[in-house]
Design a protein around this ligand. Sequence first.
Ligand SMILES: [Zn+2]
Length: 482
Amino acid sequence: MNGKTLKVGGSQITDMHESTFFKLRCDPLILAANPQTAPIASVWRAFRHLDQTQWWSRAKLEQYQVERLQTLLTHCARHVPYYRELFAKNNFVVEQIRSLADYRRLPILTRSTYQDQFNSFVTEELPEATLLTDLRTTSGTSGLPIKVQQTNVVGAWWLAFYLRDLEWCGLDPREPVAGIRTLKLATPELEQKFKEGLRSPSWNSILTPLIEMGPSFGMDLKQDPQRQIEWLLQIQPTYLLSYPSNLDYLATLLRERGTHIPNLRRIQTFAETLDDSVRQNIEESFGVPVMNLYSCIEAGYLASPCPSGAGLHIHAENVILEVLDDHGLPCPTGQKGRVVLTTLRNFATPFLRYEILDDATLGDCSCGRGLPLLTRVDGKRRPNLWLPDGRRRTSVQLVEAFRPIEGIRQSQIIQKQVNHIEIRVATNSSWTEQREVEIRQAVTKFFEAPIQVEIGKYDYLPRSAGGKLLTVINELERKNPG
Ligand SMILES: [Zn+2]
């Protein structure tokens, strides 16, 4: 507590955040004194703590991670059947873990092991004052969904990192925000209302007693993108949050209409990879900067944009995020590797060295924060495509080859057989038969052979149940992985 006293919203605030980025509605000390509002005060305390830890040295942050890890590993050895057996089988003695290097002796946990043996990942007992809240499931675009048990502790820290992310991204919660996303809703009536666009009085109802917040608007990602544009023009939000693939499409529609969203200041993307070309398209068309959030259901907030530099700082107080090469060794700065996560606060369904199937690249930042930095996140790995002669090739080239073809708003590539490709395109009025010829030429060039090309035209492309749009699907890889 810095002891500053400020007058905000008619009440004396003694525990004001140094930057005063958030306008407090009530003194957190008053909230802490009431058992009903005490959990919100704990969110503020956690956020204030993060305000300090972000400036700690790398060594001090690692020491902090190791201390939390020791508590978590002790818990896992006692109460989580899967880890109890794993530790015994690998002669992994928790008391001997004194550094992250020691910890790396633990084998990597695959997504399929977690899915297949979910029940053995659920703790038999919870630490004192930890309560189960909801059971969340991932959208499962890459296979079966993943179940994650949430607790009150995970929830409080989730909100603290939410506040940090808002502050770093410069999103003032008093301004109106619009989110176009997927949501599980209780009734078909609510779902229909969500599709048409909903208004809530605040960004986050739980934080209402603590922070001054403006209205938030929400719309279903499955809504027709033309309708999404109409809605945005009507509500005129200051900030817009959505998936990169959706924003990419909206950007193209805006350009076609020759219009823009008045008053919009920033866009935040999440849930999918933000490619450079997609970012560029969105920024040019909307005319505002795009911030990218790296998060997942399994671990919550993973990394957010550095407020004063390029790249995303890892929320190291929440997660140990390793970037590993093909031999399982830590990648040096600048080298892309696979992401492996350890959640530091989930004692209900702990994730220890869990492979999330994303790729990322570590870098350096000169802003003074000790939190490690990611220069790139490559999201869910795009599958390779198989050439008729047996070679496999990264699909990025083909995705990029379609971009300059006029008349295409969105595209999706599906490999059905080694010699059979389906291309789905959402087209606009400048689409002609000549574009089909260009697509076929690009496909033939990529596969280095004449193969069967099926082209399907859509107004907009169908999304998976979880709302994500997979730009590339290899059906051969699903049947016969590896
Ligand atoms: Zn930085």
